[in-house]
Write a protein that binds this ligand. Structure first.
Ligand SMILES: [Zn+2]
Length: 347
């Protein structure tokens, strides 16, 4: 299996993040996640790791707002310019706003913090010096994985080992450790070549992906996740959100209860796969989070290692060219074995 991976993710390693209640904790979406996955990948005989190609900004700007991308490009240097004290110890700082824009009543303002609260949805998408470069390289991994399956005429799969992840980033906002929506950029690129489905199996609702394709009927989006009634991102991902305009009926959320086990999860996967078969896509983009794992510090599901093998087997039975895009997963010790087990079914 072709795996696309860039070391550029190491440039993005914020010193901390802020949890509910203002608690400062080490950044959970850390480079060690990739090291654990690479360690597990290196033990296999079938993995071929490649650098991604550089697609330039056009396929990213086809999904994301230009002013938002401009903000990501410059906010770190603007932040350092704004305060000599921060500039003297940049490694101790992360760039975050303290005020967030309430959507649909607001506009971005000229000030750095006015733009920050507008283009960021929470306190987890900490920005440091290398964040934008890491996010671009991550998007290129997804695009290269998409390009690979578009050239293949059989049910080939590829794996984009993306970091930072992408599915919480919307057209014009960062959030949930995500800056550029890698899966959406890849799916939008593929959509000029055929019908695409994005199946999001990360534990958290793929709010950014939902927002980006909500009014489109050429890309079916499906997300299986912890019910937003109790889980992040809280305000989106409900069952009655099914698309709008010509996109009505082309989005599906499966919000599941806390404690969801293999049996419940797999029966939901089967429902999703039936929807996909009816849509008859040419390509599958699989937003793959491993935080459904029993023991993940950010999840409340009970999916097991064997459960991931079965999820992979059932998805592989679609027989579709599949670009697997790495999203979340924070039980670092188990992360490598879990993703490799899933990939083994799709290789
Ligand atoms: Zn997640």
């Amino acid at each position: 299996m072709k795996i696309f991976y860039s070391e550029a993710h190491r440039k993005h390693f914020p010193a901390f993040e802020v949890f509910d209640g203002g608690k400062r904790v080490p950044y959970l979406e850390n480079p060690d996640r990739m090291d654990q996955i690479l360690k597990a990948i290196h033990k296999t005989t079938w993995a071929e790791i490649n650098e991604p190609n550089d697609f330039g900004l056009d396929p990213i700007l086809a999904v994301h707002d230009k002013e938002y991308i401009n903000f990501l490009t410059s906010c770190w240097s603007e932040w350092l310019d704004s305060d000599p004290e921060i500039a003297s110890t940049p490694e101790a700082s992360v760039f975050l706003p303290a005020t967030f824009a309430l959507r649909r009543k607001t506009r971005p303002t000229k000030s750095l913090h006015g733009r920050a609260g507008y283009y960021m949805m929470d306190l987890s998408a900490c920005i440091v010096a290398g964040t934008y470069q890491a996010a671009l390289a991550s998007a290129n991994c997804a695009l290269t994985a998409a390009e690979f399956i578009s050239h293949s005429n059989s049910a080939a799969s590829s794996f984009a080992l993306c970091r930072p992840p992408g599915h919480h980033a919307g057209k014009d906002y960062a959030g949930g450790y995500c800056f550029i929506n890698n899966a959406s950029v890849a799916a939008n690129w593929l959509s000029s070549k055929g019908k695409v489905v994005i199946l999001d199996i990360d534990y958290h609702a793929g709010n950014g992906t939902q927002d980006i394709f909500y009014e489109r009927n050429d890309v079916l989006t499906i997300s299986i996740h912890g019910d937003p009634d109790y889980e992040y991102p809280h305000y989106i991902g409900f069952a009655d959100e099914t698309g709008a305009g010509i996109g009505l009926g082309f989005h599906k959320n499966f919000p599941l209860p806390s404690g969801t086990n293999d049996e419940k999860y797999l029966s939901t996967i089967d429902e999703a796969l039936n929807m996909i078969k009816k849509f008859a896509p040419n390509y599958l983009v699989l937003s793959t989070g491993m935080d459904t794992f029993d023991g993940d510090p950010l999840g409340k599901f009970k999916v097991t290692h064997n459960g991931f093998a079965e999820i992979g087997t059932r998805i592989a039975s679609l027989g579709l060219p599949t670009a697997v895009i790495m999203e979340g997963g924070y039980a670092n010790q188990a992360l490598g074995d879990n993703i490799v087990t899933l990939l083994e079914q799709l290789k």
